[in-house]
Design a protein around this ligand. Sequence first.
Ligand SMILES: Nc1ncnc2c1ncn2[C@@H]1O[C@H](COP(=O)(O)OP(=O)(O)OP(=O)(O)O)[C@@H](O)[C@H]1O
Ligand SMILES: [Mg+2]
Length: 211
Amino acid sequence: MGKVIAIANQKGGVGKTTCAINLGGALASLGHEVLCLDLDPQANLTVGLGIDLNTVERSIADVLIDSNITLGSIIRPTKTKKVDVAPATLELSAAEVELFNAIGREMALRDKLSRDVVERYDYVLIDCPPTLGLLTLNALVAASGVIIPVQTQYYALKGVAALLKIIKTIRQSVKIGEAPTAGVPITVYEPKSDAAKSFVDLAKEVIGAHK
Ligand SMILES: Nc1ncnc2c1ncn2[C@@H]1O[C@H](COP(=O)(O)OP(=O)(O)OP(=O)(O)O)[C@@H](O)[C@H]1O
Ligand SMILES: [Mg+2]
C-alpha cells in the first residue's frame, strides 16, 4: 500500500472525505503522524478537520501552480493531535484549469511531495474530487496506494472498473518515467509493463530486420 494513499472514486458522495478524515484520525490514534491533503475544490476535508477557509491564505492550489511555493509551506496543524492538513480552497478549480496547460501537468503534485515532507509523516492521505480529471490524476500519480470507497450497487461497481483501468495505465506510463531514476531499462525495472512489452516487440523487430 505504501505511505502516500489516494482516496478516489469519480462517483460523488461515496465517503472519500469521510474516509480521509476518519482513517487519518484512526492512524493518529494508533500513534502515527498523518498528513491529510485536500485535493478537492469543495474543500470538505479542510473544513472537516476544523479549518476556517477564511483563514487559509495559501492552499494546495498555489502549490500546484506556483513553482516557488512548497507543500511544506502550506501545511497546518489541526485540532487533532498528529493530524496535519494541506488545505484546499474553492480556488483549486481555477488552478486545475491553469494546470491544464503546464508541462508535466499530471506530475505536479508528485514533484511537490518532497522527501522532507514525506519523511515527516507516516501516512499521507489524499482526498480526491468526484471526477476523473487532472486533480485525481495528480493524486493517482503521486500515490503509492489507492483506497476506493464504493457503494455496493451494480452501477457503482461499473464505475470502479473504469477507475481501475485508469490506475493501471497510470502506473505503467509512470513506470517508464521512473526507470531512469533507478538507472535501469524498463525491461528490468518493470518487465511486465506495457512499455517493457512494447520495447521487447521493437527489439524483436530490430533483430528480425538485422537477420
Ligand atoms: N461509512 C459511512 N456510513 C454512513 N454514512 C457515511 C459513511 N461515509 C460517508 N457517509 C456520509 O455520506 C455522505 C457523503 O460522504 P463524503 O462527503 O465523505 O463523500 P465524498 O465521496 O467525499 O463526497 P464528494 O464526492 O462530494 O467529495 C456524508 O453525509 C457522510 O456523512
Ligand atoms: Mg469529498
